[in-house]
Design a protein around this ligand. Structure first.
Ligand code: BV8
Length: 237
């Protein structure tokens, strides 16, 4: 039977590339320093767009300065290795950085959007955007000024590509979550869905996630070590 592997990544896979995670058990992380309700909701953007745009401008710059690490490269190797032998990988990331793509992954589903894209709130057009985003910018498609926002999914908004994700979860015989705390839904619920549909489940993380009890297997350690080791093992079987 062909292997259909579903990998869900979170902020932990990019931690060793210098991008901060959001929450950890030691009270550190982006959401310990900044209030997500003031920065990552549609209401926050409506109330204070300058502050929200400045927060995402700073993160866009950080991502531009970051480089993929060994874990991102290993997943790109996994995609190529599985495809060469007729197996399949679905790589879904909650991350809004582009480090998977820069490591060579070809098919990446960004369920929480992408920092290097802007969306027009008037016409819905999505365009690549790598500069700071301001209220004086005009949409290249409908020319409306001041309607561009980061193409990211804020709290209370529907994540992207949910139909594709649902289809991939139904086909998966192995579900692996890498570097995610299991705190944000619906992503945190994927493991339970995959397991109920018969997939084996594995957590690869620095420490146990909130939903750790839903996994059959756990491998703890820094992603730059655990992910390449797991990929080598898998491609050797
Ligand atoms: C929705 C994009 C309706 C922008 C983000 C009460 C109960 C249940 C749910 C809810 C509730 N109240 C509200 C909700 C819904 C809400 C939610 O889940 N809230 C939580 C906080 C309670 N969810 C939503 O609003 C979502 N939308 O529900 O729509 C719906 C949907 C489907 C079907 C029907 C209805 C939208 C959520 C999206 C929010 N946007 N990001 C931005 O980035 O600014 S969320 C934010 O958390 C992050 O951006 C990231 O994408 C996401 C997940 O975080 P993680 O990736 O897991 O990162 P975290 O820091 O938490 O963990 C890091 C992990 O890495 C740790 O485990 C750590 O140990 C590990 N690690 C660290 N270093 C390393 C490492 N691992 C390995 N190696 C290392 N070196």
């Amino acid at each position: 039977m062909p292997k259909n592997i579903f990998v869900l990544t979170g902020a932990g896979i990019s931690a060793e590339s210098g991008l901060g995670t959001f929450r950890d058990k030691h009270g550190d992380g982006i959401w310990a320093r900044f209030d997500p309700m003031r920065l990552a909701t549609p209401e926050a953007f409506a109330h204070d767009p300058e502050t929200v745009l400045a927060f995402y401008d700073a993160r866009r710059q950080n991502v531009g300065n970051a480089r993929p690490n060994a874990a991102h490269f290993a997943l790109a190797r996994l995609e190529r290795g599985l495809s060469a032998r007729g197996d399949a990988l679905t790589l879904v990331t909650q991350n809004i950085d582009d480090l998977h793509e820069r490591a060579g992954s070809r098919e990446v589903i960004h369920m929480h959007g992408e920092l290097n894209k802007a969306r027009c709130q008037m016409c819905g057009a999505v365009r690549r955007w790598t500069e700071d985003l301001g209220l004086s910018h005009a949409c290249a498609d409908c020319a409306f000024v001041g309607g561009l926002r980061p193409h990211v999914v804020w709290f209370g908004e529907m994540p992207l590509h949910m139909d594709d994700i649902d289809r991939a979860l139904r086909r998966a015989n192995l579900f692996v979550a890498i570097g995610t705390s299991g705190a944000v839904y619906p992503a945190a619920g994927f493991v339970a869905e995959a397991r109920a549909l018969g997939a084996s489940t594995c957590e690869i993380n620095l420490e146990a996630a909130d939903n750790a009890s839903s996994f059959d297997e756990a491998r703890y350690g820094p992603a730059s070590e655990t992910v390449p080791a797991w990929v080598e093992e898998l491609l050797a079987t």
